[in-house]
Design a protein around this ligand. Structure first.
Ligand SMILES: [Zn+2]
Length: 117
């Protein structure tokens, strides 16, 4: 991996981090709005509850990806970025550009995702 690639990846990670922080902030605001708003009737309440649940889901999922991004940024700082945590092989630059917080090479990822019998 070249220095230029690393800079691109670092920018991608920082950008995604900012996007997620924004999304989480919006989701949290929606949740607190939902609690203070007056509820018109039961149908409204049901719709609002559904929205609230979704907001929580988005925030929880984002939280996980945020941790992955922080982890990846940490590895970038240490110069340990880009190696598969399972087999130690270099993760392809194409894969890293698509998912900059990838921990595993495509082979190990597929192995992990394959349903176990
Ligand atoms: Zn691997």
């Amino acid at each position: 991996m070249t220095k230029k690639d690393l800079t691109i990846i670092r920018n991608l990670l920082i950008q995604r981090k900012a996007e997620f922080l924004n999304k989480v902030k919006t989701a949290k605001r929606n949740i607190s709005n939902g609690f203070t708003e007056e509820v018109g009737d039961e149908i409204d309440a049901a719709v609002q509850n559904k929205d609230k649940e979704m907001s929580f889901e988005i925030a929880a999922n984002d939280q996980i990806i945020m941790e992955e991004i922080n982890e990846a940024l940490g590895k970038l700082e240490k110069g340990a970025y880009g190696a598969c945590e399972c087999c130690g092989e270099a993760i392809t630059i194409q894969r890293l550009k698509a998912i900059p917080w990838s921990r595993y090479c495509i082979k190990c990822q597929q192995e992990a995702e394959r349903p176990k019998r």
